[in-house]
Design a protein around this ligand. Structure first.
Ligand code: SF4
Length: 372
């Protein structure tokens, strides 16, 4: 909740389609999701189940067309994001909602040094804090100017800004440099004074992702949306970036919506886990409950195929079949073609979502008895 009792994020009955030549792809179907301040919610599911569409719809980053929100509501700190005019949306990005994407090389500008890219994010935040429209581009910087003293926690990183006699905001370059160094240090980059002079292509994938996290943090967002942030990294770097994100959750008290196809990754970081299948949120609950008492057959299948410890006796079980074509979804439960527990009723209609207690919600006919 925010200080006035409003949820940080409230998604209600959200429905999103992509209009394609072969028909409307129903990527998100009647999804409900709430997040509180400081909470980390993981969304898992196979590729093509609608996770990224859900994530990108929150800060209004979906390309419209072909995407179209056909129903529902997204409220961020009480603001109806879908009713905002296009020119109002940027106010809620960055300092409100920051995104971390899968491929940092696609998000960083190859022709600017790291300093110029991080400092632009800091300037945007400062201009918003000063009530000005953020339109500045990165400016070249003198990298040989003296290094200022650094080392202060995020909540104290608020270098002062001044307005000149024309009312324009003026930035203190030494303070900006101190902030950039501080944010690079915060994401555990050694020798930040050297790294900030480099271009993105001179860094490894893991280092580039740290820069993206530093840029997101520098805007001091209330909600970070991380869309498969470790999928493009090799396993050891993935572990380092995950460990960093876990530490930062403690340090900066931000909320994170963490999207991943990897249950193991989400298990490391999330307070609650939601499982998506064919555009539907089929199960959500506290991470411990979803792992110890999975109720939807799809969640159970994902967990069976997830390696626990060291296995020597044969292959891990796999989930046969594939996600159905989203332009021609079958009637009833979309998982029934792959479900070993399917019953006649499963072909009639999508099961309602029921509460098994303590916020553990599931959409499956198997769980009707004994529901809370
Ligand atoms: Fe399986 Fe039926 Fe439950 Fe769908 S509703 S997951 S088909 S048992």
């Amino acid at each position: 909740m925010t200080s006035n009792g409003i949820p940080l994020l409230s998604v209600r009955d959200l429905q999103i389609c992509y209009n394609t030549p072969s028909g409307a792809v129903r990527a998100v179907n009647h999804i409900n999701l709430d997040m509180e301040r400081g909470e980390v919610v993981g969304i898992v599911g196979e590729t093509g189940c609608g996770k990224s569409t859900l994530a990108h719809s929150i800060p209004r980053l979906l390309p419209e067309p072909p995407a179209q929100v056909v129903g529902g509501e997204i409220r961020f700190e009480g603001t109806d994001m879908l009713s905002l005019r296009n020119k109002e949306v940027p106010k809620y990005r960055g300092t409100g909602i920051a995104m971390i994407f899968q491929e940092p090389i696609n998000s960083l500008n190859p022709s600017f040094r790291i300093f110029d890219q991080v400092v632009e994010a800091i300037k945007v935040r400062k201009m918003r804090e000063a009530g000005m429209e953020a339109t500045s581009a990165a400016e070249p910087h003198d990298y040989n100017e003296p290094k200022p003293p650094v080392s202060h926690p995020l909540r104290e990183v608020t270098a002062t800004t001044r307005r000149n006699r024309f009312g324009d905001i003026e930035f203190d370059r030494k303070e900006l440099m101190a902030e950039v160094v501080e944010f690079l240090s915060m994401v555990r980059i050694n020798d930040p004074e050297h790294i900030l002079r480099l271009y993105p292509h001179e860094l490894s994938g893991g280092m580039r992702q740290r820069i993206m996290i530093a840029m997101a943090l520098s805007e001091q967002p209330r909600l970070m949306i991380a869309d498969e942030p470790t999928s493009a990294l090799d396993v050891t770097i993935q572990a380092q970036v995950l460990s960093l994100m876990k530490d930062l959750i403690e340090e900066v008290h931000t909320s994170i919506l963490f999207i991943s196809h990897d249950l193991g990754v989400v298990a490391e970081i999330a307070d609650r886990i939601g499982v998506m299948y064919a555009g539907n949120l089929v199960e959500i609950g506290k991470a411990a409950d979803v792992f110890s008492k999975p109720c939807h057959p799809y969640t159970q299948s994902l967990l069976r195929s997830f390696p626990h410890g060291y296995k020597t006796d044969g292959k891990l079980p796999t989930l046969k079949g594939a996600v159905p074509n989203l332009t021609r979804l079958p009637t009833g439960c979309p998982f029934r073609g792959r479900c070993e527990s399917a019953m006649d009723i499963c072909a009639t209609a999508m099961p309602d979502t029921i509460d098994l207690g303590d916020g553990h919600l599931v959409s499956c006919y198997l769980n009707r008895k004994g529901a809370a």
